[in-house]
Ligand binder design. Sequence first.
Ligand code: SAH
Length: 337
Amino acid sequence: MDLSLLRSTLEELGQPRFRFDQIWKWTAGGAAGYHEMSNLPAALRDELTARVPFSTLSELRRASSSDGTDKLLLQTADGRPIETVLMRYKDGRRSICVSSQSGCPLTCTFCATGQMKFGRNLTAWEILDQALALRRLDALDHCVFMGMGEPMMNLDNVLEVCRRLPDLGITNRRTGISTVGWVPGIDKLTESDVPVRLAWSLHAPEDALRSEIMPVNERYSLDEVKAACDRFYERRRKMIFVEYVMLGGVNDSVAQAKQLADLLEPWRYKINLIPYNPTDSMYDSSSQGAMEAFRQTLEDEGYNATIRLIRGRDIDAACGQLAAKAANPKLKQRVGV
Ligand code: SAH
């Protein structure tokens, strides 16, 4: 819902100020439409239905994984595809993974989103509407900006959404922004008043290899990104999450685990090893043994390091698999949307 359009429309209609909060409360609580808002006059509900679309996005397709993961394929009013994911965990956590851009300009070689055409930054309302669409499916408590796109390239809109997420049940402490290491964005986040967590997609312990698998490293080197993350830590005193996708024979040796350990400090960085999810790229997954040896090496060096659970692989909803396949017109016919 475009909340600035809602505000100006209510003003034009001469509605009292409290209407905005009433409507937002219903929406953030998971209402399906204006018709459910029983404390609004019926005439106002009709007027809003005609003038302020309840969502800026339309749903093209929904897929559910056997592991409790739901993926929505959504579309903006100008036809841009976006994917957004809800993960349900055994301990009761309900975590959402939202997109900040349609497509991504950064071309990381192992990521499906990087291989599709870049569309544009999403508006704050288009990002918020992903969370609201998932809120209508379930209660929520965690959010990561790990869907399509680079959130630090669209940080103002991402932060605007972060300020609203607590109304959906997701506190800022349970919200994480994940970045390839876009230094100006990290610095801006450090200076902001929004106490969210930072995650750095690191993926290689030295520049040459990192540039090979993530071209953005040519622009911001490991040292520069590390310095920006350290500034974030010094200001916030919050552990930074490092994400490290395990590519068989590329970045998964014990020697590379030691290099990674030397690069970081265990009191500042918590390391998440991500099993590589197949995306039609040239890589293979690391073996279970290689991942465990890598994790153990980091732990011996004093780090908190975990291997991330795989979620939603059967519906292409896992990390790096979001590419809006069904938004492709040819495929659209096949899935019947
Ligand atoms: N652009 C941001 C947000 C996307 S997050 C970032 O890169 O951090 C998506 C996460 O999934 C990133 O850590 C990304 O590197 C990782 N990822 C991408 N492709 C993957 C794949 N095929 N398998 C596992 N993880 C992948």
